[in-house]
Design a protein around this ligand. Structure first.
Ligand code: NAG
Ligand code: NAG
Ligand code: NAG
Ligand code: NAG
Ligand code: NAG
Ligand code: NAG
Ligand code: NAG
Length: 900
């Protein structure tokens, strides 16, 4: 949630007036001093040394320094590594090794496997003077990257590198943003600077930074380019008659540390990117259940009431969340003694657990420096907080509890301190036994970022926020009857190697990135604050949220060492998916944000290797409407992470509140749950190989140019095409069907795609257009259930959807759903269909676990075999006629086969 906006409506927090003005102003245009930037001399390469798998060279400034946005560095080094046959690493860095580089402690860089350049899929070549380089695809000589357009600029506070692109390129990625999935190619700036961004403004930097793009060229292949640089930057995509089409990096620090991934297909690029930043973390099975949250559940009874109301409405609720309302004065690791007393919180969690439901609480990074607050005093004693750069005291900002100190994730005791706080407060017997944790505000949000804080412009210190706390006067005693069921000092920056050049202006660098708030430090930790070890927030700002989330992950792991932790974080950096999940922040209850949520999911899940993502269903800010919420309930059922969440100032939007929405949600959740093992299998595959669980259409049809821009339809898992209604009050949607055979998921009718758009009409609010791609075999649970635990007792059936060649293939992975090490064995099978023979092959190790869960396949239905093939009649009862059913049951204790 966003502090300032809420505060202005309901809370007593002081927002300096001048700053409030800043954040409403539009983007300040980047100041390009074009008169002098054109005089930059570039570099000359010399001493080129080649080995079978590397190339190195010295780069020397080729003339008089232009010093446009800092001081030109005279001596650079070039290092090129053919790391694998499909991955090329190109690094340009200062010979003195002073310039900041993303620390290995944050994320280790991938090791080179020393591939031979002669066998590599992409080739590097260098031009010595003026220095430039190209990367080309072996065999076709397609030029993928070419920096010869303008000279390299490498200054103390500005680095520029430009590559030529083909005309009208298909560029994707560069998250996090709320722009189109295929990025604009004219006058487009993607700024990387993590920021709290209420209403997820378009054309702006949002909560995360992932300087990774996909360049898809249809038949000519797909490649990816990742810049391993955490500094603030503008990535510009533009064209003009002189320079043609280009992409240009403009960073305010760091080095050029590029990874080229050769593809040749889009899925290959995703997998190769996972090799660079890490395979995504596997999530617990229950995390795919339906989640409910709202900022504004003002006491523990209300939380219980929501749970009870979901059961009464017959809408399965897997996990209940509580926002900052539970805290005492908004302080982490405390409970409001009146509204959320510890003993009632424990009763709540015990009851939820007895019902096989789960519970999650929020934490913010900022810690209120209060005298009788043990979390703070323990942290202070261990030196875990960022120090003020001008004085010896702690650096202070403003957050929900009022004044806050910020943990320094680079300090040696910070992890230990946080782990101890988790062990104490979330202790299963003496504390609150949460199942996952949610970390917010970690960009880091600072309601008083900028000189003059924490004393506001009006001269008053900020007051703690206690909003909203309506005085209900009700005693906190019994839950609703229907809730209980029958069952150290900072170091200076110049000391270290690669920790940052000395003498820079860390608050106001001469090159202004287009941060939507204004200056770098606005609404965040001042960028001149120095971390333990000597790096500056100026350089590490974009890592803050991920480091917070990683620390929470380690702390959760310490609590439950054998179980997969789930951590949901708002702020991310490239590679965060290796440990944590993400939601897309404070969107609006609005059709535009409903639509853009698909593009955001596509970029993160399919390209940026952060598959466990989703937007707040029904919208966070503002009031939703029943028709939007009903449609969103269904769309959200096809996000990997499915949570309804709203702001405190928004009207309640639990699914049970409107019959239209309840009806939609019931079918949406039932459909999601029946397909849960299918998506869990896809998630497992991504966590093992990087193969994405969500796919844009062009990942499946890379040569079909009509798919390249589609961001309102997507493949959920490898085989299910989701085509939601995207317009208010509409009951129709134009969908693109590639030239292939599909089957309507609901009616099983075969649908021949023509490589064109077709209009679907009469789409009720309690359904969503869903097509199975021919060539697939999908495992489905026979029936849905009220919890994912109960779901696992349901048997399976398989749907075979033959492709045009008559064959089909599918997979099913089953494990115990939560353990890091699967001691009970796993089932990981491939189903194949050759047109008449069905076969199952793989491992059959999962025996049903301690609860005796189902591993039975009841039946197999083969689509496209029935008498009414081609009929798209939706009449109930005609479905079975469209398929041949082969009745089991078969146990998945071993393979089974049959012939039709
Ligand atoms: C739960 O349902 C009851 C009965 O419909 C209603 O009065 C109450 O407001 C609901 N509570 C919440 C928090 O939705
Ligand atoms: C789910 O719960 C509802 C009531 O809360 C109940 O009517 C229904 O039978 C339950 N479904 C299953 C499959 O247990
Ligand atoms: C830095 O420390 C000085 C002296 O204690 C204090 O006046 C100032 O407010 C501090 N600034 C921040 C941002 O904490
Ligand atoms: C959606 O946004 C538009 C434009 O900002 C606004 O006019 C409209 O009221 C919003 N709709 C909802 C449901 O909030
Ligand atoms: C959708 O329907 C509602 C209720 O009838 C109406 O208030 C709203 O204006 C309609 N929206 C559009 C875009 O037609
Ligand atoms: C499968 O589900 C249907 C209802 O959806 C139920 O009638 C049937 O008994 C179930 N089969 C098994 C074996 O559980
Ligand atoms: C119209 C809409 O979708 N709601 C808002 C969501 O956020 C964007 C970016 O701020 C706004 O432009 C929309 O008005």
């Amino acid at each position: 949630m966003f502090l300032a906006l809420v505060a202005s409506a309901t809370a007593a927090i002081a927002i300096p007036l001048a700053r409030a003005g800043v954040h409403r102003s539009p983007l300040s245009p980047t100041r390009i001093q074009s008169s002098s930037i054109n005089t930059c001399p570039g570099y000359t390469a010399s001493n080129i040394v080649k080995t079978d798998s590397t190339l190195s060279a010295d780069l020397k400034l080729a003339g008089t320094a232009c010093n446009v946005y800092g001081t030109d560095l005279v001596d650079l080094k070039l290092l090129v590594e053919y790391q694998t046959n499909d991955r090329l690493h190109v690094k340009i860095y200062d010979a003195g090794l002073n310039v900041y580089q993303v620390p290995e402690s944050f994320m280790p860089r991938p090791q080179s496997q020393n591939a031979e350049s002669s066998g590599a899929a992409i080739q590097f070549s260098v031009v010595e003077s003026p220095f430039s380089f190209t990367v080309t695809r072996t065999g076709t000589n397609e030029v993928l990257f070419d920096t010869s357009g303008v000279p390299l600029i490498f200054e103390s506070q500005y680095v520029r590198l430009r590559t030529k692109l083909p005309a009208s390129p298909n560029i994707y990625g560069l998250g996090e943003h709320s722009d189109s999935f295929r990025l604009p190619t004219t006058n487009y700036v993607r700024t990387m600077w993590n920021s709290e961004s209420p209403f997820i403004p378009r054309n702006s930097n949002l909560y995360g930074s992932h300087p990774m793009y996909f360049d898809h060229r249809g038949n000519a292949g797909t490649h990816g380019v990742f810049l391993w640089n955490s500094n603030g930057m503008d990535i510009k995509i533009d064209n003009n008659p002189t320079d043609g089409q280009y992409l240009e990096y403009n960073t305010i620090g760091g080095v050029i540390d590029l990874y080229f991934m050769a593809g040749p297909g889009p899925v290959d690029v995703s997998k190769q990117y996972a090799e660079v930043v890490g395979l995504p973390a596997m999530m617990p099975y229950w995390a795919f259940g339906f989640h409910q949250c709202k900022y504004g559940y003002y006491d523990v009874l209300m939380v219980a009431e929501v749970v009870a109301n979901y059961s009464n409405a017959g809408i399965p609720l897997e996990t209940m969340w509580t926002d900052i309302n539970y805290m005492d004065g908004r302080k982490d690791f405390t409970v409001d003694p009146d509204r959320f007393p510890m003993h009632k919180m424990q009763e709540l969690v015990t009851t939820l657990h007895n019902r096989d439901q789960h519970y999650v609480l929020i934490l913010d990074p900022g810690i209120h420096p209060a005298p009788n607050y043990p979390t703070y005093s323990r942290g202070e004693a261990q030196g875990v907080f960022l120090k003020n750069s001008t004085q010896n005291g702690e650096y202070e900002g403003v957050g929900w509890p009022g004044v806050i100190s910020f943990p320094d994730w680079f300090a040696p005791n910070t992890q230990q301190w946080l782990t101890n706080e988790f062990q104490t407060f979330f202790n299963p017997t003496t504390g609150i036994d949460i199942d996952a944790v949610w970390v917010d505000m970690n960009e880091a949000s600072n309601n008083c970022g900028g000189p003059g804080c924490p004393i506001g412009d009006n001269g008053n210190p900020p007051a703690p926020s206690t909003s909203p706390r309506p005085n209900t006067g009700r005693p906190i005693n019994g839950f609703p009857p229907d809730f209980n069921p029958p069952k150290s000092k900072p170091k200076r920056q110049s000391s270290g190697i690669m920790t940052g050049l000395p003498g820079r202006d860390l608050l106001n660098p001469p090159y202004h990135i287009a941060n939507h708030w204004g200056t770098l430090s606005d609404f965040t930790i001042w960028t001149d604050i120095i971390n333990t070890g000597g790096t500056a927030q100026y350089d590490t700002h974009n890592l803050y949220g991920t480091m917070h989330a990683h620390a929470a992950h380690a702390a959760m792991l310490a609590r439950r060492p054998t179980q997969r932790p789930m951590v949901l974080t708002r702020s991310t950096f490239a590679g965060a998916g290796a440990k944590v999940a993400h939601w897309f922040g404070d969107n609006d209850s609005n059709w535009s944000d409903y639509r853009i949520s698909i593009a955001q999911m596509l970029a993160f899940a399919s390209m940026l290797q952060m598959p466990m993502v989703g937007s707040d269903v029904c919208g966070f800010n503002g009031n939703t409407t029943p028709d939007l919420c009903a449609r969103w309930a269904f769309l959200g059922a096809f996000y990997p992470f499915y949570r309804n969440h709203a702001d405190t100032s928004s009207l309640p939007q639990e699914f049970y509140l409107w019959p239209l929405v309840a009806d939609a949600a019931k079918n949406a959740i039932a459909t999601r749950y029946k397909l849960l093992d299918y998506i869990y299998t896809a998630m497992y595959r991504q966590s093992e190989t990087g193969t994405p669980l969500i796919n844009p259409l062009f990942f499946v049809y890379p040569n079909d140019a009509q798919t390249f821009g589609i961001d309102l339809q997507f493949f959920y898992g490898p085989s299910l095409l989701v085509s939601p209604v995207t317009v208010e009050n509409s009951t129709s949607v134009d969908i693109y069907l590639p030239d292939d055979i599909f089957y309507d998921f609901w009616t099983w009718a075969p649908v021949q795609g023509q490589g064109s758009y077709t209009t679907l009409n009469d789409i009720d609010y309690n359904t969503i257009p869903l097509h199975i791609r021919g060539g697939s075999i999908i495992p489905v649970r026979n029936a849905s259930a009220n919890t994912t635990t109960a779901l696992r007792q349901e048997s399976f059936y398989l749907i075979i959807a033959p492709g045009r060649d008559g064959t089909a293939r599918g997979e099913l992975y089953i494990d115990d759903g939560e353990s890091i090490v699967q001691e009970g064995g796993v089932t990981d099978v491939v189903f194949t269909w050759d047109g008449s023979n069905f076969e199952t092959q793989g491992d059959f190790g999962f025996g049903g676990g301690k609860r005796g869960e189902s591993i039975v396949v009841e039946k197999v239905v083969v689509l496209g075999q029935g008498e009414v093939a081609g009929d798209s009649d939706k009449a109930v009862g005609s479905r079975e006629k469209r398929a041949v059913t082969v009745q089991g049951p078969w146990g998945l204790g071993g393979g089974f086969r049959f012939r039709l």
